[in-house]
Design a protein around this ligand. Structure first.
Ligand code: 13P
Length: 231
């Protein structure tokens, strides 16, 4: 199966840079790509070459929420996916995550739910407990389409990744829980310090359906080189 590449530009790149990015990607042979620019560039970045993903959204459709953007508004731009619960957007209570998931579903946006926050790979017993807790968000929701991203916070932007055995066992565990407890079959991708040096071995794990890439995806030529390593 072809692996999925999801980029997360976070709060980076100018208008000129995203337009140049789009041009370079459109002139390439890359497939299975989802791009998450800053929400302000989503409309500009629209393309047949890849799908668009919002980095976050607000759970109400309209209202007095200054500075927020709703999933309904994102959908009207042709946005197909949204990151939900990325560790850089989570608030202390995490209460809004189920609301955001519901709003995504109601508006036909596929959530990319980030889990794995603060899990240290050495605490394997704790690790699965935390994942159970994080995935409980899915109970009671009627979800046909979702992607789960395993993103341990300690691996984000640090240049350090979990061992390949850890990634494999977490992905296997998540897929098991999803199918046995929630009757969900979906892609599970890995995020956290994915770069040119490790993308091939991470994607060679059968249980890994793709990668969520932050800083190494900011340069379109790097992105294409990474794609070439796994295609
Ligand atoms: P880095 O690839 O920069 O570690 O970021 C990962 C991430 O947070 C993607 O959502």
């Amino acid at each position: 199966m072809d692996k999925l590449i999801v980029t997360n530009f976070k709060m980076n790149l100018s208008k000129e840079e995203v337009l140049e990015y789009k041009k370079i990607v459109e002139n390439s042979d890359i497939k299975n790509l989802i791009i998450s620019p800053s929400n302000i560039y989503l409309d500009l970045m629209s393309s047949n070459k890849y799908d668009l993903c919002a980095q976050n959204g607000y759970y109400e459709d309209f209202g007095t929420h200054t500075g927020e953007v709703s999933f309904k508004q994102l959908k009207s731009l042709g946005v197909k996916y949204s990151l939900i619960g990325h560790s850089e957007t989570r608030n202390m209570s995490n209460e809004d995550i189920p609301l955001k998931l519901k709003a995504c579903i109601n508006n036909g946006i596929v959530p990319i739910l980030c889990v794995g926050n603060d899990i240290n790979e050495k605490d394997t017993s704790k690790l699965f407990c935390i994942l159970d807790k994080e995935l409980k968000i899915l109970s009671g929701l009627k979800i046909n389409d979702i992607i789960i991203a395993y993103e341990p916070t300690w691996a984000i932007g640090t240049g350090v990744t979990p061992s390949l055995e850890n990634i494999k066992s977490v992905h296997t565990y998540i897929k098991n829980v999803l199918s046995k407890v929630y009757n969900i079959k979906c892609k599970v991708i890995y995020g956290g310090s994915v770069d040119m040096s490790n993308i091939k071995e991470i994607c060679s794990i059968e249980e890994v359906d793709g990668v969520l890439i932050g800083s190494s995806s900011l340069n379109p030529n790097n992105l294409l080189k990474m794609y070439n390593k796994i295609k």
